[in-house]
Ligand binder design. Sequence first.
Ligand SMILES: Cc1cc2nc3c(=O)[nH]c(=O)nc-3n(C[C@H](O)[C@H](O)[C@H](O)COP(=O)(O)O)c2cc1C
Length: 187
Amino acid sequence: MSHPVTEFLLQRNSFARLTSPAPEGELLDTLFQTALRAPDHAMLRPWRYLVIEGDALKRLGDLFASSALNADPDLSPAQQEKCRKMPTRAPMIIVAIASTQENPKVPEIEQIVSVGVGVGYLLVALQAEGFGGMWRTGPLAYNPEVKKGLGLTAEEHIAGFLYVGTPEGKPKAVPTHDVNTYVKKWN
Ligand SMILES: Cc1cc2nc3c(=O)[nH]c(=O)nc-3n(C[C@H](O)[C@H](O)[C@H](O)COP(=O)(O)O)c2cc1C
């Protein structure tokens, strides 16, 4: 039997179906504190997070739909509607932003990896507290109009839209992996 933390990590799951409530108040702050503990070369803190809830989710849907249409004027009304509805899949979306900066010692990839670790910690901590999350991106995460609408600078990247809430329905089975497929000794 491994340590409970190890056992818990082995059960880490993404939850596609999320409903209210989402975490709030002090608990939400504590969850973010876990993300802020991500390893961080030269302590650049190359991250920031936006919390989107309630009516702001509707505005995010409008931003998704109009930005998708501008990127592809042939987008069908049904596809536009699909984009508009995306943010309604959870009661909260956390936008994880890589606020990368030029640094002689820390290339951009290291800074982006740091943000990803933070999102991973958030996912684990959410699940530990009885909530759940799903890390999503898709073309809208790289759409310049979406980035502008969310207030990102030209240098910033959306590392992910973390959909957050209370898991609904039965969780999917967690896959097991053959470690040897991915891990080899190097001599
Ligand atoms: C950067 C990143 C972006 C992702 N974007 C999507 C996405 O847009 N849609 C999706 O269904 N899954 C996406 N995923 C995968 C899911 O978050 C999740 O990892 C996957 O469904 C496997 O489930 P699991 O995490 O429980 O193993 C993304 C994962 C990462 C790391």
